[in-house]
Structure formats: C-alpha cells, structure tokens
Design a protein around this ligand. Sequence first.
Ligand SMILES: *[C@@H]1O[C@H](CO)[C@@H](O)[C@H](O)[C@H]1NC(C)=O
Ligand SMILES: *[C@@H]1O[C@H](CO)[C@@H](O)[C@H](O)[C@H]1NC(C)=O
Ligand SMILES: *[C@@H]1O[C@H](CO)[C@@H](O)[C@H](O)[C@H]1NC(C)=O
Ligand SMILES: *[C@@H]1O[C@H](CO)[C@@H](O)[C@H](O)[C@H]1NC(C)=O
Length: 387
Amino acid sequence: MAFQVKPLAVVIALSWVLSMQQHSSSVNGKPQVPCFFIFGDSLADSGNNNLLDSLAKVNYTPYGIDFPGGATGRFTNGRTTIDVLSQLLGFDNYIPPFSLLNSSDILKGLNYASGAAGIRKESGRQLGARISMDRQLKNHKITISRIADILGKKRAKKHVHKSLHSGVKKWLAKKYLSKCLYSVGMGSNDYINNYFLPQYHDTSKKFTTEQYAEALIKQYSQQIKKLHKYGARKVVLVGVGLIGCTPTAISAGTNGSACVDRMNLAALQFNQRLVSLVDQLNSNLTNAMFIYINSFEMGSGDPAAAGFKVSNVGCCEVNEVGQCKFDQNPCKNRSEYVFWDGFHPTEALNQINAIRSYSSAINPADTYPMDISHLAKLKFNHRVAAY
Ligand SMILES: *[C@@H]1O[C@H](CO)[C@@H](O)[C@H](O)[C@H]1NC(C)=O
Ligand SMILES: *[C@@H]1O[C@H](CO)[C@@H](O)[C@H](O)[C@H]1NC(C)=O
Ligand SMILES: *[C@@H]1O[C@H](CO)[C@@H](O)[C@H](O)[C@H]1NC(C)=O
Ligand SMILES: *[C@@H]1O[C@H](CO)[C@@H](O)[C@H](O)[C@H]1NC(C)=O
C-alpha cells in the first residue's frame, strides 16, 4: 500500500536514503558488512545459469541493455535488487556468481542464485538444469572450506606457522562468516514453475494450496537452519511477491480480475507462514537475527504513484517461456515499465524494492522485525566452543 504515499514524498524519502548512504560509504570507504552471500532464483541470479543446459538463462541481448557489463545473465535490463542492495551496503563491486568465479574475492561473498530454482528439487525441471536451494547450500559448503583455507594461510603467515589444524581453520571461517549478510529469496518457482504448471508437475493434485505452503515452509525451515549451522547469523528472507500479477500470468487469463487471484492467494499463504518461521527462528536460535522482506506489500498499491505508466505488459516481446526474444529491440522508456519481460521487474522497480528493503522509513510494513540497514549493524558473538 506504500505506493499510495504521494509520489513526491517517495522520491524525497528515496533520495534521502541514497544520499545518506553515499555519504556514509564515502566517509569510511568500507562496506557495512564484510561479506554478502546470496541464495535465490532468477530475481537474484547474476550468471550462474549461463553454463547450464537450460531454457532459463538470459546471457543474450536485450538483457543487460542498461547494465555496464551487458548481458551477464541477469534477468532484467539493468541491476537486480541484489545489485542495488550491494551498493547501498557500500560494496565497490557487485557480488560475483559462484559458477563463474576463480578469484580470492570470495571473502566478500558470492551469489549462488539460479533462475528456475526452488525450495523443492523438481521445481523448474521442465526448463532444464537449475541449481536448487539444496544444491546452493552444497555450493556454499565448498566456499566455506575455501574460506577456511584462505584465512588459515593468512593466520599461519602472520604467526610463522607451517600450517594450522583444520579445526582452527574451521573456527576462523565460522567466526568470519558470522559477520556476513545472507539473503535468501526462494519460493516463487515452487509456484510458477511447479504448483501452477499441472501439465508438468503433480503437486496441485497432491496438495491444497494451504498444505503446499505448509510443506514448502517445512522444507525451507530445514534449509535455513542448515545455513545457520554453516555460520550465518544475519539472514534476510525475501517473501514471494504478487506472482498472479506478472504479464505472463495475466496473459493466461484472469477471469475478470486485474490479476490471477488464486496465485496471489497462494503466495500470501506461503508468506504468512514465512513470517511465523521468522518469529520461531528468532526465538529458538539465539545469537542470530532473521528478517522478512515483504515483497508482496511492495508490489501492492498503485504503480502510477511511483512514476510507472505500464504494469500489465513487459518491456520486450517474449518467447514461449516468458523471456525476451533473442536480439529484439525492447521498449525505449524502460523506467516507465514495472516489468521487463514476462516475469521479471525492470531495474527501475528493483531499485525501489532494494531501497525499501534497506530502509523501512518509507513504509514500516516493508520489513519485519527490522530493515536491512539495522540488520547489517548488529553484532553477534561467535561462541569459541562451536568447533
Ligand atoms: C578468472 O580470473 C581472470 C583474472 O582475474 C579473469 O580475467 C577471467 O575472466 C576469470 N575467469 C572467469 C571464468 O571468471
Ligand atoms: C471465475 O470467477 C467465477 C466468479 O467469481 C468463479 O465462480 C469461478 O470459479 C472462476 N473460475 C476460475 C477458473 O477461477
Ligand atoms: C522452535 O521451538 C519450538 C519449541 O521447541 C518448536 O516447536 C518449533 O518447531 C521450533 N521451530 C523451528 C523453526 O525450529
Ligand atoms: C520517459 O519517461 C520520463 C519519466 O516519465 C519522461 O520524462 C520522458 O519524457 C519519457 N521519454 C520518452 C521518450 O517517452
């Protein structure tokens, strides 16, 4: 509902957040957290699917038309919400994708997100290869042992030791990882590329939407607890947005509504349980903080109030899987469009969503129980006994 705020107020609030941010990062020159790890789907993917045998990959024009690096595999015209968040957090560079990485920059974080991926292993299967949440966690485990080696070498050099016991290296890594920020955004493909595709998946025959939300959250809970076990202490959980209002959903028929109501209702049922999971994790796991990003709230309200002119069709002509057709000219005025292709928002919307996730000053309902700027500032003691 925050879009109902007067546009001028939104613009002033956004530019205030941005100018404050630029000020603070130029003063100390260091990001607000030393590292940022990203788990998710196409909304966050920055190239992990490029090397996969999959229809869900977009390393071709016109994707990236407004991005300095061109078509990197990001599912939008410019920056993703994660890219803008990295800037707000004061990082000089975007967080690189896990699959394309070969440098020691992994200490600043990695992006594991994969288009078409879900909480459930089979979600997105009909599009080809993708990296499910369980596999993203396995990739993170690989990163952790690399970080342990890097930190171990640094420590050994400093103290002129030949090598360190593996337990000490693990402890160094866990201590470091507890300072990082983690963003996890999953669930959309468990609906769009699973439950609501009965021609490829049988989940809608096995579960009601309530039962399905329950089953998804149960599995997600295990995955998030594993991430915590791997040392994550500051975790952002991004809720599912208005999946019934994407151009692809709308073009399939809305039965008289503005959007496909049953898809949005299913997303709400999932989000409701995700909020309750956040409460449980915060009370059960001390010395850690989990926050919820209310993407659904951010997508509600009148897009015109934020300066958008088109919200029911995307900016480019799409193919049979809702992605921009290869090498076609997209619309010229991309900042007037909410959607870039059949599913994914434009950079213009990503920028607003990132700012609202970073600071809840515009609308307190955007984040729970705190926003990312406050989460980043928290400090947790790493228990020495952990190894
Ligand atoms: C690996 O690192 C080198 C040097 O930084 C870079 O030129 C190259 O593009 C990187 N390769 C990949 C696959 O990222
Ligand atoms: C369409 O809307 C009518 C009236 O609200 C409802 O009875 C019907 O079940 C809807 N059909 C579908 C396919 O959602
Ligand atoms: C939190 O603890 C309660 C009480 O022990 C338990 O019932 C619940 O399942 C736990 N929740 C999570 C997410 O671990
Ligand atoms: C693009 O949108 C901006 C902001 O709404 C507007 O000022 C500008 O005139 C538009 N340009 C074109 C070519 O439509």
